[in-house]
Structure formats: structure tokens, C-alpha cells
Design a protein around this ligand. Structure first.
Ligand SMILES: Cc1cc2nc3c(=O)[nH]c(=O)nc-3n(C[C@H](O)[C@H](O)[C@H](O)COP(=O)(O)OP(=O)(O)OC[C@H]3O[C@@H](n4cnc5c(N)ncnc54)[C@H](O)[C@@H]3O)c2cc1C
Length: 708
């Protein structure tokens, strides 16, 4: 018998059989010389903690450092996503088994896994030849490094290596009209115009390999086993527990209480079949038809598509979604269950068009990563703006308490806390909530935005390197937002706009729940849900929340009353620097220091000044426990002299490449930074009068619904 000639396919985020260029090629290539196909998925040790794959009775330790983030030291993949990936991998293994193939699961650095496989095949004495190693190209520093390492290993072994184009995006790379990635516009709208009309932009789907068309797996007897100390489980249950055991203990100081009845949300199971079911449900239920109106909601089962986790792991492609939309729009008879759904057969609707538009954002974020490479992880972002007054617990101990409360969902700002608690419990939070949370961390708490991105990397089920870090940059004002640093949300105004009855806050902040039942019939106003500190003391006592830290000392009390809310102010609110407080930059320095709690509170004239009373004169917010203590931004002090230690990835350091930072990032002699210069006034567009109540402007931009 001729010895096997094996093609190895290293899967990463292309966990599907359908619309998959490599499986398609392997099934249809008439000229192929390989006799067997070995699909392999390796849980990447630098991104997912793999020590749980070492048997308990083993004395060996993992050869890899813990898969933790570099600044916050969070696990890089938390339990929600780990489970989702495990489900997706297992489903693909079964799907491939059903068509006469299979999937080998491994753990470790991809390069180690490949090296071990090649060596194992070479030295097993069966005369096996490796015809080639194929994998799909991805963006991201680590991902590129893996590709490079795999190529080097193949070159050294004399094995052909091929990197395939990643085809899971909306617009095919070959159809993006750019000669070079450096030409990618830094404004999404400009990019969108290059590829419109979106209805015609995606390429056709690739056919799914039928049963028996893929080359068979090599005989199990010749496939090299996983290298010790790791052992690959034989059942899904064991796979899941190996992945979850190291990361299941929450890094939160206090894990948020779970609502007794969980708010409505789809239960997502990993894998491409579940992705297709979800898509069909969206079409049948009419959720796609109403999508444009619901997409910014905060709560419910179908207000947004909830396909991001599937897209992130490649369980579904953007063009598969597009293709289903086209079938729906054309009234395809293959969708009989949609026959009575509004919009069916009516061509492109606002809803279907809005989904395409959002999917293009994902393409764009990924192209930005290609363009800017390691700047994705730089504190200065794509803009290389190192002027922001951000702190981290390592440089400012006071910020440690603020960060802990942010993570816990106990800041005292309802929208932020509800979102953080939802995230902790489910691995998901809406796009609108994400924007507010990111804005709150970077602009209101002035914490290093990368802590937030790292937290999302840990907590999100749908984490995607480009979408996560690109959006955090965008909201923090150092990414590809045309307004740059000039955009900020008032989370209270946002709450009134998107959670007008306070239901979202009540649903996740358990301490506010049960209202009207257990609390003497006490009904909370939405404003009380948004900021419990505004509640009268006796009402706090009634609810039993009067002693809670987030009620007593909110991190960021924001004065905002619905009566004073500007009419029709749901979208863009301010113009050309006329100032949000009428202060117009009058603060010049002092407000900054006092904002940080040097004792004076929020005196008149600065960014938070116009209303005066609540923040003035050393009131309740000066000298607070979190921001108290001074030092901080004034006079050089701890932040002077430019530190260059950001963005190392600990022992891994895969994303390093932080550009050198100028001196004196923080120590500009206490000129007050952003707040002291009159807040956001000079750079924000909106009505000349400015926001009547808001400490900070709400924002919306030129039809970019990530922020509008
Ligand atoms: C701070 C921040 C962090 C984010 N991190 C991630 C992340 O790690 N992974 C991720 O997939 N998305 C991320 N997003 C984008 C967006 O919030 C999610 O894609 C969306 O909420 C997922 O829910 P959905 O599938 O119901 O999408 P919908 O809101 O219904 O949108 C449809 C699809 O369009 C794409 N999309 C929509 N908005 C964006 C956007 N701003 N950027 C990129 N793609 C977009 C997604 O693929 C999404 O599934 C982030 C946004 C912010 C503001």
C-alpha cells in the first residue's frame, strides 16, 4: 500500500464546513496529490489557559505561562467564550465525522503543535509524507506571529506551506479597491463609500463539501498523539471542564448577584448549526425587518442579531448572512416559514440594509488592524495620541479601587453597572451599552482604556481582536473616530434615551429589583435607578441599600434631570465648542485637580461648573475615597518623565511594539489636562447653547450607528 500523503489543515477562527475555502478546495481539487486530510484545531496556549488539560495526578506543569492579559492580568479567555469555543469545536468535529472526515483537537502554541505533528509523522516509521500545511490568514499581531512560525517550521521540514485568504468577511479582500492597505481611509464612511452598494458587495458562497468528497482522515494509528503533559479528553463534557476549570473562578472582588429571573436573552450554543438556526429565527420572527429601529436597545431577545460570537469564531460568514438576507428579500421559496413575515419578498428593507451596514463595520475594524498592526494595542491608538490623562492601578493606587468597582458593576451609575453585571453573567452586553461602558472608563474615570479592552477580552463571548480593541480605541478617542477625543457620552442622558423606564438597570442591578413587591410598595423613578444616590435617604432605607458603597459614594455623580433635558436631544447635542457648561475653557487647571478629589469638589467655571451647586464648594464629591489624595495629574509627580512600560504582554509579549513615548506623558505641570481646559467644549459639535444639564456632552455622529 502506498504510504499516506497528508494535507494538514490548521483551523483557527474558521470553525465551519460551509463556505470554507480550504474544505472546498480539498473536496474539489481534481489535481490533488495528497491522499488524506488532517484537520487540526489547537486551543492556543497564549490566548486560552490550557493547564486544565494536565491530568490532576500529573506532576508536570504547563510549559506555558498563564494566559493572562498584560496590564490587568485577567485571564485572556473567560468561561463564557471558552465554553462557546468548546461547543463550536466539538460540533465541527461531529459535522466533519458525518461527512467522512474528522477533527483532531490539540492544545499548545500552534507552532509547537505543528512541530510535534511533523516530527511524529516523520519518525513513526510508516513512511508518511506531509504534502502541505494550510491555514487561513488572520489579522492580529499574535495571529500573524503564529503564521510566520508555522511557515518557518514547514520551511525547515521541507513541507509546503500555504496561507489562504480569510473569506469570512462581507467584502472579499480582492474586491476592496485599495492598492495598498496604507490607503485605507481613517473614516469609516469614506471606506463604506468605496465598497457601496453593499447589496452587491459580497461574493457568492462556496458550496459545502458533500459526504465522502473530503479526503479521509489518516488512520488513527499513525496520527501522533498530543504531547505531554497535556491530555485531550474524549468527551465534550471533559473538554469543557478542562477548559473551564482554571478560569471558572471569577476575578471579580465581588461577583454581582444573579437576578432571580434572568432578563430575556437568546441562549447561544456554539457551532455553525446554531448560527444558522439563529439566523433563520431572525428572519422568521421579523426581527430583521424591524432591526434598524431596535438595534440600539439594551434588553430583549431579538433587538440585535446576536451573531457576533458565531462570526468571531468563523462558525458563520458575513456573506452567509448576506445570502440569507437576499433570499428573504427576494421571497425565496426555500424560506417557506417566512412567507407571512413582514418584509418577506419586499426587496431590501431598512432592516436588512442596516444589518449589512453593521457587518461592514466588522470588515473595517479588521482592515484597520491590518493597517496599524501593533498600534491596535497601544495606549496612543492609531492616532498615536499619548496626551491623555489615563491612569492604571500600577501608577495610581487610587485608581485600583475605581477599577475594582467598575469591573464589579458597583460604580453607582446604573447603566454602566447593569451592563457590567450582564456581561459577567452572560458574556454579552449590547452595542449601546458597550459604547457607554467604554466611554465611562476612558473619559469619566480616566482609566487606561486598555484595561477595559482586556476586561472585554476576558469576559466577552464574542471577543474579536479587531472589533474589541478597535472599538475601545474608537470610544477612548485615540482610534478611527473622526471626532477623536471630542466625543463623550453622558450615561444618564443615554439611560433616559435608551432605558427610559429604568428596566434595564432594574433587571441587572438586583439590589434595585423586587421594587413594589418586597419594599413596601416603593416604586423607583427611572432617575433613581440610573443614580441611586439621588434617592431620598428614607427611600434608600426602605430598599435596604442605604449602606452600600455605590449608593453612598458613586464614582461619578452626574447632575441630570429629565425636566431640563434638551428637546429632541436623542442624537448629536453640541456644536463647535460652545462648551458644555458655558465654561468654555474657563477652568484652566484647577478643576482637574479638584475633580480628582483634592478637596474642593467641582468648583465653578470648569467643565462641570455651570450648574454650580451640587459640585461646588467641597461638597460631597471632593476628597472622596477613590479620587481623593491629590497628586495625580498636577505637577509632574508620578506621571512625569514618560514611562515606556505599557503594552508589554508579560512573558508572552506578543503584541509588544509600543512606539517610544515622549517624555512627560502625565507630568505636564498640572495644566489641568482635558477637564481643566474646559472639558470637551472646543472639539465637540452640537447646539451652540451646550448641554443644559449634562456634565459631558452626549454624542452622535454622521450616521455612524456605533455611536449615534
Ligand atoms: C467597546 C466595544 C467593544 C466591542 N467589542 C467587540 C468584540 O470583541 N467582538 C465583536 O464582535 N464586536 C465587538 N463590538 C461591536 C459590537 O458591539 C458587537 O459586534 C455587537 O454588539 C454584537 O451584537 P450583535 O451580534 O447582536 O450585533 P449587532 O449590533 O446586531 O450588529 C450586527 C453585526 O455587525 C457587526 N458589528 C456591529 N457593530 C460593530 C462594531 N462597532 N464593530 C465591529 N463590528 C460591528 C458585528 O459582527 C455584529 O454581529 C464592540 C463594540 C464596542 C463599543
Amino acid at each position: 500500500m502506498t504510504p499516506p500523503n497528508i494535507l494538514i489543515y490548521l483551523l483557527r477562527r474558521d470553525l465551519r464546513l460551509e463556505d470554507n475555502p480550504i474544505f472546498h478546495a480539498a473536496a474539489t481539487d481534481a489535481a490533488k496529490t495528497y491522499t488524506h486530510l488532517l484537520p487540526v484545531y489547537a486551543f492556543p496556549a497564549q490566548q486560552i489557559e490550557v493547564s486544565g488539560f494536565i491530568p490532576e495526578d500529573s506532576e508536570e506543569k504547563s510549559p506555558y505561562p498563564e494566559a493572562r492579559s498584560s496590564i490587568g492580568k485577567f485571564w485572556r479567555c473567560g468561561p463564557h467564550r471558552a465554553k462557546f469555543i468548546a461547543e463550536s469545536v466539538w460540533e465541527l468535529k461531529e459535522t466533519l465525522g458525518n461527512v467522512g472526515s474528522g477533527l483532531e483537537v490539540r492544545v499548545g502554541m500552534l507552532s509547537d503543535v505543528l512541530k510535534d505533528l511533523l516530527a511524529g509523522f516523520k519518525f513513526n516509521g510508516k513512511g508518511v509524507n506531509i504534502a502541505a500545511v494550510w491555514m487561513t490568514a488572520e489579522e492580529g499581531v499574535e495571529e500573524k506571529l503564529d503564521e510566520k512560525d508555522c511557515k518557518t517550521i514547514c520551511d525547515a521540514a521541507g513541507v509546503d506551506f500555504k496561507l489562504w485568504k480569510d473569506e469570512k468577511y462581507f467584502v472579499d479582500d480582492d474586491d476592496v479597491p485599495l492598492k495598498d492597505i496604507s490607503e485605507l481611509p481613517d473614516v469609516f464612511t469614506t471606506y463604506r463609500k468605496l465598497v457601496e452598494p453593499l447589496l452587491n458587495a459580497p461574493r457568492a458562497l462556496l458550496p459545502t463539501p458533500a459526504k465522502g468528497t473530503l479526503p479521509p482522515l489518516p488512520p488513527m494509528s499513525i496520527i501522533p498523539p498530543q504531547s505531554p503533559p497535556f491530555v485531550i479528553p474524549n468527551s465534550y463534557e471533559d473538554l469543557e471542564s478542562s477548559l473551564l476549570s482554571p478560569v471558572s473562578q471569577s476575578p471579580l472582588p465581588t461577583f454581582p448577584l444573579r437576578p432571580s429571573s434572568m432578563p430575556p436573552s437568546p441562549t447561544l450554543h456554539g457551532g455553525s448549526q446554531a448560527a444558522q438556526s439563529r439566523l433563520l429565527h431572525l428572519l422568521e420572527s421579523g426581527a430583521i425587518t424591524t432591526y434598524k429601529d431596535t438595534r440600539n436597545d439594551l434588553m430583549g431577545a431579538d433587538y440585535s442579531v446576536r451573531l457576533s460570537s458565531y462570526l468571531s469564531q468563523g462558525c458563520i460568514t458575513a456573506r452567509q448572512i448576506h445570502n440569507s438576507l437576499v433570499s428573504f428579500e427576494s421571497g425565496d421559496s426555500n424560506l417557506p416559514s417566512c412567507a407571512s413575515t413582514p418584509g418577506f419578498g419586499k426587496g431590501e428593507t431598512d432592516g436588512t440594509s442596516a444589518v449589512r451596514y453593521e457587518l461592514l463595520w466588522r470588515d473595517y475594524m479588521r482592515l484597520c488592524t491590518r493597517k496599524y498592526d501593533a498600534l491596535l494595542f497601544s495606549i496612543g491608538g492609531f492616532r498615536r495620541d499619548f496626551s491623555q490623562p489615563w491612569t492604571t492601578p500600577s501608577t495610581d493606587p487610587a485608581s485600583s479601587a475605581a477599577l475594582a468597582r467598575f469591573l464589579n458593576g458597583t460604580t453607582g451609575t446604573g447603566l454602566i453597572d447593569a451592563s457590567q453585571r450582564e456581561l459577567a453573567h452572560t458574556g454579552y452586553t449590547s452595542s449601546r451599552a458597550r459604547q457607554n461602558v467604554a466611554n465611562f472608563l476612558a473619559k469619566h474615570l480616566e482609566l487606561d482604556w486598555r484595561l477595559g479592552a482586556e476586561w472585554y477580552e476576558y469576559a466577552l463571548e464574542d471577543y474579536d481582536v479587531s472589533s474589541c480593541w478597535g472599538n475601545w480605541q474608537y470610544v477612548a478617542g485615540v482610534g478611527n473616530d473622526p471626532r477623536g477625543d471630542g466625543r463623550s457620552f453622558n450615561p444618564i442622558k443615554q439611560s433616559w434615551d435608551y432605558d427610559p423606564k429604568g428596566e434595564y438597570c432594574r433587571a441587572w442591578i438586583v439590589e434595585l429589583g423586587g421594587v413594589g413587591e418586597d419594599n413596601g410598595g416603593l416604586e423607583l423613578s427611572p432617575g433613581e435607578c440610573f443614580q441611586a444616590w439621588t434617592m431620598a435617604k428614607e427611600r434608600q432605607v426602605c430598599l435596604g441599600i442605604q449602606g452600600l458603597e455605590w449608593v453612598r459614594t458613586p464614582l461619578k455623580p452626574i447632575e441630570f434631570t429629565v425636566e431640563r433635558k434638551q428637546k429632541g436631544a436623542r442624537r448629536a447635542d453640541a456644536v463647535d465648542g460652545q462648551g458644555y457648561r458655558g465654561g468654555r475653557g474657563a477652568g484652566r487647571g484647577a478643576p482637574m485637580a479638584q475633580h480628582r478629589g483634592r478637596g474642593g469638589g467641582y468648583p465653578g467655571g470648569g467643565a462641570y461648573s455651570a450648574g454650580g451647586a451640587p459640585y461646588g464648594g467641597g461638597g460631597p464629591y471632593g476628597g472622596g475615597p477613590v479620587y481623593g489624595g491629590g497628586g495625580g495629574y498636577g505637577g509632574g509627580g508620578p506621571y512625569g518623565g514618560g514611562y515606556i512600560t505599557y503594552n508589554t504582554r508579560g512573558d508572552w509579549n506578543p503584541r509588544g511594539n509600543e512606539p517610544p513615548r515622549g517624555p512627560s506623558l502625565r507630568g505636564r505641570g498640572g495644566n489641568g489636562g482635558r477637564w481643566g481646559r474646559g472639558g470637551y467644549g472646543p472639539r465637540i459639535r452640537g447646539p451652540a447653547e451646550g448641554h443644559p444639564n449634562g456634565a459631558v456632552a452626549d454624542a452622535g455622529v454622521d450616521g455612524q450607528s456605533t455611536t449615534a
